[in-house]
Design a protein around this ligand. Sequence first.
Ligand SMILES: Nc1ncnc2c1ncn2[C@@H]1O[C@H](COP(=O)(O)OP(=O)(O)O)[C@@H](O)[C@H]1O
Ligand SMILES: Cc1cn([C@H]2C[C@H](O)[C@@H](COP(=O)(O)O)O2)c(=O)[nH]c1=O
Length: 247
Amino acid sequence: MAAAVAELVFFSGTMDCGKSTLALQMDHNHRVRGRGGVRFSRNDRAGESRISSRLGLETDAVEVVDGTDFWEEVMRRRTHGQRVDYLICDEAQFYTPEQVEQLAKVVDEIDVDVFAFGITADFRTRLFPGSQRLIELADRVQVLQVEALCWCGRRATHNARTVDGVMVTEGAQVVVGDVDMAVDGAVAVAGHHVPVVGYETLCRRHFMRRVTAHGANLMAEQDQLLPFDVDACLWHGSGGPAAGTGA
Ligand SMILES: Nc1ncnc2c1ncn2[C@@H]1O[C@H](COP(=O)(O)OP(=O)(O)O)[C@@H](O)[C@H]1O
Ligand SMILES: Cc1cn([C@H]2C[C@H](O)[C@@H](COP(=O)(O)O)O2)c(=O)[nH]c1=O
């Protein structure tokens, strides 16, 4: 039987859909079968040189920086006799397009499997440069089976950013943060206001209407006073189509 051909696979989904968990599971599964791998990550929430899953698993990893060259990383290890059959690349949205090209070269030239994990788009729905290059070059883009949900129960497809609980659409592309901070209010440190940046996964409908769980709760409270439907209320307010159009 022919040996399996190495692959560049991009495992993608929204925040909080289990990418890091899968990264750690795949590393485990390959390792217990005697394969040698290297784990990489960049800007994990748990800190430098970590891969952390919200399920509680956490392990060490090589921190990727702008100067990281994946080709050299693999070559150096192999020169020192270390077995490298696969790479686990978490938070791959933060890698540079050049680094993604190095990953493709590692797959094609020296048959190392590369399993990359990351979100595709930022809080403005724009592709991260690293994710764009992965989509362009990967043998396969695999959307994770576990779906993060919007507060309305639909499948979440977008990552919203909140500042002090309010959804924003402007700001730096990279701000490390977590999903359980989304409804927390502002904090003050030594009298100074420190904005709290959080994220919330939303369906497209509620992303476009800018309705987070917090906003929906507020509107539901108002709804008890006024007999308006939350979504209908928004469409009327934003000049969009009337409620009941199925939009
Ligand atoms: N307390 C919990 N019990 C069961 N599953 C949990 C718990 N907390 C988080 N999870 C699962 O972990 C997933 C997030 O995993 P994680 O690997 O951290 O996501 P990602 O890397 O995609 O942001 C959630 O979608 C959920 O399925
Ligand atoms: C949408 C978005 C996210 N981020 C950051 C926030 C987190 O630190 C990571 C995603 O990690 P996860 O394991 O997938 O939850 O990305 C960002 O910097 N900019 C954004 O627009």
